[in-house]
Design a protein around this ligand. Sequence first.
Ligand code: NAP
Length: 216
Amino acid sequence: MKILVVGANGQIGKHLVKFIQDSGSHTARAMIRKQEQAAYFEELGAETALVDLEGEIEEIAKAAEGIDAIVFTAGSGPHTGKDKTIMIDLDGAVKTIEAAKVAGVKRFIMVSSFDTTREAIQEAPESFAPYVAAKHYADEWLKDTNLDYTIVHPGGLTNDSGTGKVQAAVEVERGMVPRVDVAEVIFGCLENDSTIGKEFQVVSGSTPIEEAVKQL
Ligand code: NAP
């Protein structure tokens, strides 16, 4: 499979591209927004596509040409305002979903937030609610398509070393999870079509990732 990783220069994104390239059976195209970010991916043997998520759907669709699966793991991050939450976490995600349709890519994996239910928007602290709302509507948009989607809802992300073990289910108790383990879970989803049409929460746990993904 050739996989377009949107947000490839992000922390999960970089781990994911490495898993894909190391697999020997799949290849990645890293969607990045700055030329100077390309070297890391070229060294891994991955392709790159320079596209800003604030641009046109057609530009994203062009980056998705010849691609078998798209992973959306971009995010505006905690250091920008609500404007970027709308433009990246919501509109950037929706444009990527629309680009998948234009490019004829059926498989789509969304890296969402831990809880994106309507209740979570209401219950979130004021500063966090716009982000949860953006993630909620991006998830809903995806579920309303005919794409072969999987929505991954990770707990709080850490940069701890991977344990290779998680707890994954429709609902799990809130917890933390290393980004590298989330990347491995996403890779597992790419390899397991049984995850199509599913969404699940994932935190650190005691089940080996391959097994946890197969049990979903
Ligand atoms: P990250 O390191 O902040 O990476 C986000 C990536 O998005 C960056 O590479 C960034 O590009 C890219 N991006 C931002 N604006 C863009 C634009 N206009 N065009 C193209 N790319 C753009 O994120 P992470 O820690 O890997 O997290 C990945 C995902 O997990 C995000 O969707 C986040 O919302 C979600 N999540 C986070 C938590 C948490 O605890 N933090 C929990 C659950 C889910 P640059 O590298 O160029 O800046």
